[in-house]
Design a protein around this ligand. Sequence first.
Ligand code: MN9
Length: 306
Amino acid sequence: MGFAITDIKGVIPAMITTFDKDEKVDLGRAEKLTEFLIGEGVNGLYITGSTGEGFLMTGEERKAYAERVVKTAAGRVPVIVHVGDIGTRKSVELAEHAESIGADAISSVPPFYYHFSADDIYSYYSDISSSVSIPMVVYNISLAGLMDSSLVRRLASIPGVRGLKFTSREHDDMCALKMELGKDFMIYSGCDEMATQGLLAGADGIIGSFYNMLPDTFLRIYELARKGDYTGAFEVQKTATTVIKYLVKWDFFPIMKALMTDAGIDAGYSRRPFHLPDEETMREIRAFCADMKKKHPDIPMRYLGA
Ligand code: MN9
């Protein structure tokens, strides 16, 4: 039962959370989105993280979402539940819940806002990790204040910590960590714009926002990279990166949901303060996406708008 950490690899969307128009968590849509992503062939799901707007949700909502996704996935792909929050007790509660519903792993950003010390962060991870028996994937992201590599190495020595989601552009560091920590310590590249570079640097998988909307694009990249065709992978990456760099100028979670909805995948809405740009801008965005699809017929981007 369950997936070993070393079986959690490949393309893993940082799954969006489906809210309805009134910002209520929409579990029916969550179920359909889970089916859609698994149907596309993604290799796992990472839920209620930053892309999942996890910090905008209550603990009860996060638990309900996790429960529905794990139940729908039904062991077909591994599910990693992000349990990160600002306080250890809240995260431990989410971690214990994740384990109780059959999640395969947990993950967490470091506690944020107060500029906690390295020792505080260490004890945060060791306390959460020791409260469960499923593996922990440490999430190092600059939004939460990137942890330096000596702290990351200390965290990697905690028995339950078995992986690292690394959202940074420092691929020399990523590569060094992978070489040092070995094949059973999983490294997930978190910068979608540089997924190919992450794989080249030794990452076992890629976890990111855009794999909700561009699963086909990144599955192609992963497949090429796995065969050693990094030149081919980078050709696809260049187009994907153009799309991503264009969209990150706005709140791209609600935009991604709107574009997926245009493409027939009802991904719902986001929670405030995230918001869609005005209609004029949305028209420009839709035109840009249509143009990208037209210009690059060989690059799979089926859900990039209508
Ligand atoms: O690492 C994601 N980061 C955030 C995860 O959600 C803040 C990435 O997937 C980025 O969204 C993506 C766009 O910059 O690379």
